[in-house]
Design a protein around this ligand. Structure first.
Ligand code: FE2
Length: 349
């Protein structure tokens, strides 16, 4: 995108969108279309130039939602859950405020370049809060990609933010067990979807989409999910989106019984289960949101350079934006001769 940048904020790889010449000699320091490098930055500084108009591949402007919004949501969910523990009821005002801010921000900033931002779990005890927030972000992005209106996205996101609220009724020694669960314990865990529905109903929530997000997010299209074992078209579209968002975040998160998978590994695995566990249209939407090599994937390019995926231009889900080890950002949607040759690690995002 074209942006005015302070000279000290220029990155190697930005493309100048204006000519700067030394007035005494008429000598160009930088020309339209020229790639910015450290020599140019030094020359501009020496001349006392403060600002330059550039085409920038930096992705900070395309981060959705803003990292501070994500942190606020985490705090809101913690507050929300503390109240549910005390009152067995959801404070719908907190949910409404949080969902409104998130969906508005995502709709406003859903542009040509996207870098989805997820909540970071600082330790394992934060999982339930971070997971609720991340599933809401992912579901919102999926719903936008699948063409839902802002009102419907808002409703689906509300369900997502509360989808695991029923887990508050499951004893932590079962929920966080680092051992194989007994059949009785596992059937108790499965009931969190029912407990969640009860809590929602107890809070006066009647929306079919919200209730379906809470009750049906573990259903799979081959009928092997729980609690009802719904199959194919019996699953609501909300439940199908929830299933994908829930599993993607669970796989890419650190859990007591497994390390966090990379986004690349999670996408590849989930793609193999399209039409088995997941609806293929939702998996396609997931790929349009995260790309085949999600942000954080370390890659080797055919140019011989190594780098990390930092963002994606809409529609270019296999030709992403890669930050090289020297700090330069290569946009593979433009550099058509360069390919991603290899994924270098399965480390988490
Ligand atoms: Fe769940």
């Amino acid at each position: 995108m074209r942006v005015w940048k302070r000279v000290e904020e220029l990155s190697a790889g930005d493309i100048a969108q204006e000519n700067i010449t030394i007035s005494s000699s008429g000598q160009p320091v930088v020309k339209v279309g020229q790639k910015i490098d450290h020599e140019i930055i030094d020359a501009l500084r020496a001349l006392g130039i403060k600002w330059l108009l550039v085409e920038s591949k930096d992705t900070f402007e395309s981060k959705i939602p803003k990292p501070e919004t994500v942190e606020e949501m985490k705090a809101d969910v913690k507050k929300l859950f503390d109240k549910v523990l005390l009152e067995n009821k959801i404070d719908v005002d907190i949910v409404e405020r949080s969902v409104q801010k998130l969906t508005e921000e995502i709709f406003e900033n859903y542009g040509e370049y996207i870098t989805p931002v997820m909540a970071i779990m600082k330790d394992l005890s934060e999982y339930t809060y971070t997971h609720e927030v991340n599933v809401s972000i992912i579901t919102t992005l999926l719903a936008i990609e699948m063409g839902y209106s802002e009102d419907k996205v808002h409703e689906i996101c509300t369900g997502a933010l509360m989808h695991d609220v029923g887990k508050l009724k499951i004893p932590p020694e079962i929920l966080d067990a680092r051992r194989k669960l007994t059949d009785i314990e596992f059937s108790e865990i499965k009931k969190h979807v029912l407990y969640g529905r009860e809590i929602c109903e107890n809070s006066g929530i009647k929306s079919v989409k919200i209730l379906s997000a809470v009750e049906d997010h573990h259903e799979k299209i081959d009928g092997s999910g729980y609690l009802k074992g719904l199959k194919g078209q019996e699953l609501s579209e909300t439940a199908k989106m929830m299933a994908v968002a829930d599993v993607y975040d669970a796989l890419t998160s650190e859990r007591p019984y497994k390390h966090a998978w990379s986004g690349y590994r999670a996408i590849s695995y989930m793609l193999s289960l399209a039409n088995v566990h997941f609806d293929i249209r939702v998996i396609n939407a997931l790929i349009r949101v995260f790309g085949l090599y999600p942000v954080g994937t370390k890659v080797l390019l055919s140019s011989g350079d190594e780098g990390t995926v930092v963002g994606m231009r809409k529609g270019y889900f296999s030709r992403l934006m890669v930050k090289l080890t020297n700090g330069e950002i290569v946009d593979l949607s433009e550099e058509k001769s360069i390919l991603i040759q290899k994924v270098l690690s399965d480390e988490a995002r």
